[in-house]
Design a binder for this molecule. Structure first.
Ligand code: AMP
Ligand code: ZN
Length: 114
């Protein structure tokens, strides 16, 4: 656990937050500043910081992250209309929380990226 990590604190219950779904690999919360009608975060239980630090040992967790994202989208009713998955890596992408996470955005027609 990252001792000063907001997502680790949410996972442990130190910071109260509604956990929509969780499993052995990851958990799902609503983004506090939603950029779309549905904006979820799928977060590994393990304090993995960046895409750049991923190793072979994380392959199963990453697979679960994507499957959990689709399941969360289905529960929100947007799996049919579609959604966007985003991972920010580093400063140019604006990564604000150094605990890797998948954004799930949907519920409206999304604009072009970039
Ligand atoms: P990123 O820029 O990819 O690091 O995204 C971090 C995201 O975490 C931002 O979209 C924030 O709005 C979101 N966030 C930060 N703190 C919280 C929190 N306590 N609960 C839910 N979402 C949060
Ligand atoms: Zn963390």
């Amino acid at each position: 656990m990252g001792s000063d990590c907001i997502f680790c604190k949410i996972r442990s219950g130190a910071i109260p937050s509604e956990i929509l779904h969780d499993n052995d690999a990851c958990f799902v919360i609503r983004d506090i500043q939603p950029k779309a009608p549905v904006h979820l975060l799928v977060i590994p239980n393990e304090h993995v910081t960046f895409v750049s630090t991923l190793g072979l040992q994380h392959d199963a967790i990453m697979g679960s992250l994507f499957r959990t994202a689709h399941e969360a989208a289905r529960r929100e009713g947007i799996s049919g209309t579609g959604y966007r998955l985003v991972v920010n890596q580093g400063p140019d992408a604006g990564q604000a929380v150094d605990h890797l996470h998948l954004h799930v955005l949907g519920g409206r027609r999304l604009g072009e990226m970039g």
